[in-house]
Ligand binder design. Sequence first.
Ligand SMILES: Nc1nc2c(c(=O)[nH]1)N[C@H]1C(S)=C(S)[C@@H](COP(=O)(O)O)O[C@H]1N2
Ligand SMILES: [Mo]
Length: 391
Amino acid sequence: MLARMISRRVVTAGLLAGSTATFARARDEGLVALPGKQPLIKRAFRPPNYETPLAGLRTPYTSNDVFFVRYHLANIPEVDARDWRLQVGGASIARPLSLSLADLKRDYEQVTVNAINQCSGNRRGLFTPRVPGVQWGYGAMGNARWGGVRLRDILRKAGLAADAVEVSFDGADTALMPKTPDFAKSLPVGRAIDENVLVALEMNGEPLPHWNGAPARLVVPGWTATYWVKHLTEIRVEPRPFEGFWMASSYRLPTGLFPGAPFASQTTKETTPITEILVNSFVTSHVDGERLRRGRPVELRGWSWDGGSGIARVEVSLDGGRAWRDAALGEDMGRFSWRQFRVPLDTSRAGPIDVAVRAQARSGAVQPEKLVVNAPGYHHNIIQKLTLEVA
Ligand SMILES: Nc1nc2c(c(=O)[nH]1)N[C@H]1C(S)=C(S)[C@@H](COP(=O)(O)O)O[C@H]1N2
Ligand SMILES: [Mo]
C-alpha cells in the first residue's frame, strides 16, 4: 500500500524506513519491518541491510516478504515499471537495445530457475576474531524460484561480438555522497552466456519485490549474490575488463585461497573476485542450547547447498564429531537450490546431544572443520555445531 503511494518518486531508503507511520517494530528487539516486508533482523539502517530470521528459513522457498535485503548505497529509487528501460550496449555489441518490460515479456522465452541467493558475507558475524563489515548471522540468504529471460538470449539479439571479455551490470540505486562509487558489477562473458543466468522479473511467481530489485534483477545461479544486480538498468559488453570499484577493489579474496570458478580477466597475482558459493549447510529445526522433552520423538532438519554441483550427502554426528551417519535427503529442487536433510534424534536419555552437520557436494568438496580466515569475512562455511539438552 505504502509502496504504491510512493511509486514514481525517488525516495531514500533511510527516509522510508525512518518515517514512523511506515515503520512497524516487532516485540523482539532488532526486528524491523520495511514496507511490504515482515519483521526482519536489522543489521544496518542506511543503507538498508536486513536479515531473514530463522523462522523465515524453514520453507523450501523463502517467502518474498521475509527474504533478506542488502544494499550498498542509500539512494534507492522506486522504479516505475512502465517507464523502466534496460539499455544494452558497449563496444562488443553490434545492435544496442533499449528494452521495456513489455518487450522482455513479449519477445523472449520466459524461463524459471530455482536458486539460492546468498550474500558473500553471510555469517560474517560468526567470524572470530571479528572482521569489519555487516555482522550477518545465518540469514543473509534465501532460496527462490526466479522467473524471467535468459541474459544469453538478450545478448544474442543485441549481436554479441567475438571479442567480448566481460559483461557489466548497473542498477538504478545511487550513492548519497558523490564520492561513493556507483554499484556496478561484471561477469566473464563465458558465465554471462550460461543458460541459467537470467534477467529476472519474478520471484516465487510474483513480480520482484521493491527491496529485492524491482522491476528486474540479474540472477547468477551458483555465484554469490554480489553479482545479482537489482533494479537493473544497463548492460554493457566490452572487449576489456570492467574497472568499477565493486569489481576492482571490493568483493575480492587472496588468489588461490578458495576453490571456485576462475574469473581470469579480473585476477591479479594478489587477489581475485569471489565467485561461486561454497558447500554449506545449516540447521533450521533447532537452535544451540535448545531443550528437548525426554521421550518425545523429534527430527533434526536443515538445508544443504553448494555453487551448483549439487549435494551428494549430508552427514550428521550426535556425539561431538566422533561417529557420523548419513542424513536422509529431501526432494532435489535443482542443483542451484538447497536440499533438505533430516535425522531422527534419540531423546530416550537425559543429557546433552552434541550435534555437528557436514555436507558434501557432488564436486567432492566437503564443509571444513576450521574457518579459512580472510579479511572481508566471506565464505563462512565451517561445520555447524550445536548442543541440545534432553531433559
Ligand atoms: N542495485 C544493487 N544490486 C545489488 C546490491 C546493491 O547494493 N545494489 N547488492 C548486492 C549484494 S552484495 C547482495 S548480497 C544482493 C542481495 O540481494 P537481496 O537484497 O535481494 O536479498 O544484492 C546484490 N545486488
Ligand atoms: Mo552481498
